[in-house]
Every structure is written in structure tokens, then in C-alpha cells.
Design a protein around this ligand. Structure first.
Ligand SMILES: Cc1ncc(COP(=O)(O)O)c(C=O)c1O
Length: 427
């Protein structure tokens, strides 16, 4: 699952003691395991190898340059959703042809930057975007390679905020309209509309929605080919699960065993856009206990990390397993799960210092007794953790550290109060 484990009573990332890292770099602190990142990528690449796909890591899930560089080294392509993410991918020297650009609202500025770079594929989501891309590409005397994002109207059975493949979402073009769009833009100069893109949501811990959406999209491909159109690529998106409360996500091999047979022999270049299945379990957030307090029946452990560092619990009611880094009385958790109630634990909420009732990291958890200064680990925080962090309440963003074997490297320094105000000072 990952490379975080207890050794001699203290949680380690690979061979590095997290207590030592917290003392060295301070808290709140994001720590990533290079070994886990590479392992997760390799499992996906291995499972889908017979399709020779492009595995386009979803930069938005965890976009630190050092992590992108690790993935570039092992052969990943990149899925970006903004000009900023494009700049990050280019910054680490990714071959632009290995970049796909998704997003429902690309600005002219962003489209121009991607045309200028010469990226591999634009994943386009509307007729107006196609018109705009065609006109901007024509001005540059270039041809943009385009996949149309289709909306297969499949329920991914996930949180409503991360459901994207149902008919009434803002994403993509529904299958009925998609055929007409392909025909309407087939001869448009400056774009080569030759691919279909489908992404139904995330995390999707069931395989059936993928199977259904790929089957529906393949039907469209057959229909379009019958009408004489050339469709050379299918991007099947991301959303593959991660382990948040146990071992709930199917493995890459499980997904592949159902998906690969559908696409084999279809004469399509296949692309995938995994994010969290690579990065979620590869990162943790470490926080220090500031205070403990009781309010009515409730007990709170107030830590120095907050919704500003990890917004998933507040935004999606997401579950993250939490446990002390050096638990009292040597209480090492036998597993990570939602219902762990060991003897000697107490029921608490783990909350942050932000002035919002929604500022919590874990609710109603049985934890070993925590004291002021004790460190706690918030697991599976590598995806949509730091990348969704913000400075609300004027809180400087956390530092990030990458571990490899027995080595650790600061890959983003902690923000300072000076960073908070630097852009607001006059000349
Ligand atoms: C189009 C697209 N591709 C890929 C992803 C990555 O999803 P995940 O990180 O769950 O794999 C997302 C995330 O929402 C997305 O919108």
C-alpha cells in the first residue's frame, strides 16, 4: 500500500524517522515517499502494459516539481488542467508532446501557451472551446491534436462534488451530441479532432462504472468510424481509488483485468490520467498537538494543521486515518481502519486552529491519549492535500519533504509571514 510503517515505536517513511523530520523541518509538514510514488506508477504501467498506454499523471493531485521530476524519470506523461500546471510540467523538462491539457474553461492565454509549447493533446469540452482552439491554432499556423471529452452518463458512485461523468455535470459533451460535434468539426482547419476523452469522477472504487463508460464510448467510436471519421485515440481518464480507510481500492491489476480486454485490438492509442492512485498513499501530513480541551461530552485534540493544509475532510467529508507518530504505551495500530478501538484509547475530534466549525481533520476517533507537543500523522494525504492548500486565516503554507531510502530532501520550504504579504506591498 505504501512505505509508512512503525519501527521501534515511531512512524517512519521508508527508513526515515518522522519525529526527526518534524523536529528538523517543523510542523505542519507534508512528507512523501519516493518509493511509494514509483511503485504505484509502475504497478499501473505494468498492469496496462499490453495496451502500451500513455500514463498521464494528473498534476493537480500533487504538483510539486520534485515529484513531477521523479515521475518524469520513470516514464510518466502528464495531465494538466491549467496554464500553471503546464508551466510546472515544462519547468521539469517534460517533452511537451507527452502533455495532455484538460479543463472546462481554458482561457485564450492558456490555450496559446499550450500551442506555443506544442503539447500532445487538448482534451476539449465544448463546441465553443473547439471554435476558439481552431481559431487560435490557425493564427499560429499550426494544427492542434484534439480529443473531445464525452460524458457517458454513468454514475461513478462517489461524492457528488467529484462526480463528473453524469449527464447534468458541467464536464464534457453528452454522447448524443458528441457524434454531431465530431461531424461538425471534422473538416475544421487547424484542429485534428481524432480522440475521445472520458473521465467519470474520482475516487471510483468500483470497476463497473469504468467498464460501462468505456463500452458506451467505444460504441461512439464505432459509429464515428462508420461515418468515415478517423478516431485514433481514447483517453480513459483517472479517478482510480486510493486506500483511505483500509484497503478499499481495487488494485491496478483489478482495474486493468476488466479494462484492457475492452480496448485490446481497437486500434486506439490509449491514455490514462491517474492522480490519487499514485500520490494519495505516497504522502502524509504531520501535525503537532497544541492543546486538548473538552466541550460538553466532546473531547478535542487541537493540532497545528488545519483545513487550510488539508481541506478534504471539510470539503468532501473525506476520511483520513490519523494516529500518533510515537503513540503512548506503544499502541501501534494493527491496521488503518474506520473502526479501530483499542484498549486505552479515547474518543476525540482532531481539529485545526482555523476559525471555522468545518475545520476538522478527523471526527469521532478512538486515539491513544495525546498530550501537548505530541505529533500526529494524517495518512493518505499526498493527493489533493498540499495542492489544495491555501493561506486562509493568513496561515503560511506547510513545508514539503521527499524521502528516498534513508535520505530526505526539503522540496518546498515553509512559507513565511513575509511570503504572505510580499505581493501586497507597494513598489
Ligand atoms: C479530467 C481528469 N482527469 C484525471 C483526474 C485525476 O483524478 P484522480 O486523482 O482521482 O485519479 C481528474 C480529477 O478529478 C480529472 O478531472
Amino acid at each position: 500500500m505504501d512505505d509508512f510503517s512503525y519501527k521501534q515505536g515511531t512512524l517512519h517513511c521508508e527508513s526515515v524517522d518522522l519525529q526527526t523530520l518534524a523536529r528538523q523541518f517543523g510542523t505542519p509538514l507534508y512528507v512523501y515517499s519516493q518509493q511509494t510514488i514509483v511503485d504505484h506508477y509502475s504497478r499501473i504501467a505494468g498492469a496496462f502494459a499490453s495496451l502500451a498506454p500513455k500514463i498521464c499523471y494528473s498534476v493537480k493531485s500533487c504538483s510539486n516539481l520534485s515529484i513531477l521530476a521523479v515521475l518524469k524519470e520513470v516514464g510518466a506523461c502528464f495531465d494538466v488542467v491549467s496554464g500553471g500546471e503546464l508551466a510546472r510540467a515544462l519547468e521539469v523538462g517534460v517533452d511537451p508532446k507527452r502533455i495532455v491539457f484538460a479543463g472546462v474553461g481554458k482561457t485564450d492565454h492558456e490555450i496559446n501557451a499550450a500551442l506555443e509549447a506544442g503539447i500532445g493533446w487538448f482534451n476539449v469540452e465544448s463546441e465553443q472551446e473547439l471554435e476558439t482552439l481552431a481559431s487560435l491554432a490557425a493564427k499560429r499556423d499550426t494544427i492542434a491534436q484534439v480529443a473531445l471529452r464525452v460524458n457517458p452518463d454513468v454514475d461513478p458512485q462517489t461524492h457528488r462534488h467529484t462526480t463528473t461523468g453524469k449527464r447534468e455535470t458541467k464536464f464534457g459533451v453528452d454522447l448524443q451530441r458528441a457524434a454531431r460535434v465530431f461531424e461538425a468539426f471534422a473538416k475544421t482547419p487547424a484542429i485534428n479532432l481524432a480522440g475521445v476523452h472520458v473521465h467519470i469522477g474520482s475516487p471510483v472504487n468500483h470497476i463497473e462504472p469504468y467498464v460501462e463508460s468505456i463500452k458506451r464510448t467505444l460504441d461512439l467510436v464505432v459509429q464515428l468510424r462508420r461515418r468515415g471519421l478517423t478516431i485514433s485515440a481514447m483517453n480513459i481518464g483517472g479517478g482510480y481509488g486510493a486506500h483511505y480507510c483500509g484497503e478499499e481500492a481495487p488494485t491496478a491489476a483489478d482495474y486493468a483485468s476488466h479494462i484492457v480486454p475492452l480496448l485490446q485490438g481497437e486500434n486506439l492509442e490509449v491514455m490514462l490520467e491517474p492522480g490519487r492512485s499514485i500520490s494519495a498513499n505516497a504522502g502524509v501530513l504531520i501535525a503537532e498537538t497544541i492543546f486538548k480541551k473538552s466541550s460538553g461530552e466532546k473531547k478535542f485534540v487541537i493540532v497545528d494543521a488545519a483545513m487550510t493544509d488539508l481541506i478534504r475532510p471539510a470539503l468532501y467529508d473525506a476520511f483520513h486515518f490519523v494516529w500518533p507518530i510515537t503513540p503512548a504505551r506503544g499502541m501501534i495500530p494493527p491496521r488503518r481502519s474506520q473502526d479501530l478501538q483499542l484498549e486505552g484509547t479515547e474518543l476525540v475530534d482532531v481539529v485545526g486552529p482555523v476559525c471555522e466549525t468545518g475545520d476538522f481533520l478527523a471526527k469521532d476517533r478512538w486515539l491513544p491519549p495525546m498530550a501537548r507537543g505530541d505529533l500526529i500523522c494524517i495518512y493518505s494525504a499526498g493527493a489533493y492535500g498540499f495542492s489544495m492548500s491555501n493561506q486562509y486565516n493568513s496561515r503560511p503554507r506547510a513545508a514539503e519533504v521527499l524521502v528516498h531510502g534513508d535520505k530526505s530532501k526539503l522540496i518546498r520550504r515553509r512559507e513565511t509571514y513575509e511570503d504572505l504579504v510580499a505581493l501586497e506591498r507597494g513598489e
